[in-house]
Design a protein around this ligand. Structure first.
Ligand SMILES: Cc1ncc(COP(=O)(O)O)c(C=O)c1O
Length: 400
């Protein structure tokens, strides 16, 4: 096994994390330890402060209006389920028709909840996009919206092509048509600037464990103030507040956060987001775009290697998916790991529609390389060199 190991699977979960993340979690576990919102002693007040601070930091990062509208969830999937099913539920209760819009570039964490609702009678429109990038146009969204459309869900940055959707323009359309826009920021929050107020984003679902550099088991949903009146909770239970009432409290965040939270994870997440804010998300974005540029340049110069998605680094998040002539994606990943110490993810990436659009389903998908803030330009050159050698080897093997 080569000594140098380069982790390029940050789209699955980021690694490594800043040391401050582990320190914050160890401090929580050793010095605080208690369940937030349950009691009035000093340790509970400190736990409450940490959880509150995490909401404030995340709200600042996405330019939200109110930290209490940042709801903690298990991961992005949990947040997307809350948003989609919570918006549909009041219409179901009233026996009203339900129409849902999304794109074929979206992840199974949107496609599968939509499918489940469809088997229950909802109608679904999937938007196809540009054949090279998968991006949709605001006009397509406008034409898809109907009087009974309850939500438009769009992935911000594709976890397959890396392509960034024109979210601000889509947001303007949805706002004008009065339909909530749910953005899946699983590949963008922490990597790219996100501004929910400016871009008319009503709901933003995000993982805590990817771009925000927190631990696995963290995520969240931002809910635009006012929208909570139309969004049912998926779970009811103890909140440490209004315990005499039979009904779930209407106040946020309690409405959507029954049960003891993952406070240790949230402590780590707060440290991750602080690390990002201290450096500036624009700086991190520029760093990752530079890494992606180095990798793309090498691939462009390699016959037999195809890169999916937009041509340059600017139009994509930190994701580069490739196919190599004469090799399955699994073989590409295995060779990159064994011979070059480069760790990648092959297959359909839980986004079957995106692979259908890119015509990569038959070949078993693609091999995804996804960068993070701790990779250096030297690492990116090593990766670029590895992909170049791989492509050249298969060409030699084919006798070209
Ligand atoms: C675009 C996209 N959406 C949603 C998810 C789901 O995120 P999580 O694993 O936090 O549930 C992922 C994760 O791979 C993703 O890439």
């Amino acid at each position: 096994m080569p000594r140098r190991r380069i982790y390029l699977d940050n789209a699955a979960t980021s690694f490594p994390k800043p040391p401050e993340v582990l320190e914050a979690m160890v401090r929580y576990a050793t010095d605080v330890g208690v369940s937030p919102g349950r009691g009035a002693y000093a340790e509970v007040r400190e736990a409450d402060r940490i959880v509150r601070e995490c909401r404030e930091l995340i709200c600042r990062l996405m330019h939200g209006a109110d930290p209490d509208h940042v709801i903690f969830t298990l991961n992005a999937t949990d947040a997307l389920n809350l948003a989609i099913k919570g918006l549909v539920s009041p219409h179901r209760r009233r026996g009203e028709p339900v129409h849902l819009v999304t794109t074929w570039m979206d992840h199974n964490s949107v496609l599968r909840p939509y499918h489940a609702l469809r088997t229950d009678g909802a109608q679904v429109t999937h938007l196809g996009g540009d054949p090279r990038t998968g991006t949709v146009t605001p006009d397509q969204v406008d034409r898809a919206i109907r009087a009974d459309t309850r939500v438009v869900a769009v992935v911000h940055g594709s976890n397959v092509t890396g392509a960034i959707q024109p979210i601000a323009e889509i947001g303007a359309v949805c706002r004008r048509r009065g339909v909530p826009l749910l953005v899946d920021a699983a590949q963008t929050l922490g990597h790219c600037p996100v501004n929910v107020e400016h871009d008319d984003i009503d709901l933003l679902a995000f993982p805590g464990h990817k771009g925000l550099l927190g631990p696995l088991g963290t995520g969240g949903l931002y809910i635009r103030p006012g929208l909570e009146a139309r969004l049912d909770p998926l779970r009811e239970g103890g909140t440490g507040s209004n315990s005499e009432q039979d009904v779930q409290p209407a106040v946020l965040p309690d409405k959507y956060e029954p049960g003891s939270p993952n406070a240790i994870g949230i402590a780590g997440l707060a440290a991750g987001v602080r690390w990002i804010l201290d450096r500036g998300v624009e700086t991190l974005r520029a760093h990752e775009a530079n890494l992606v540029g180095i990798i793309l340049d090498a691939i462009d110069a390699t016959p037999g290697v195809r890169v999916l998605g937009p041509a340059g680094a600017e139009a994509r998040c930190g994701v580069v998916a490739i196919t190599v002539d004469g090799m399955t994606p699994e073989e590409v990943s295995a060779t990159l790991d064994r011979d070059f110490g480069v760790l990648t993810r092959s297959g359909l990436h839980c986004a079957p529609g995106a692979h259908r659009m890119m015509n990569t389903t038959e070949g078993g998908g693609a091999t995804r390389l996804s960068v993070g803030p701790f990779l250096t330009a030297d690492d990116a050159r090593h990766v670029a060199d590895a992909v170049h050698k791989l492509g050249s080897r298969t060409l030699e093997g084919a006798g070209a």
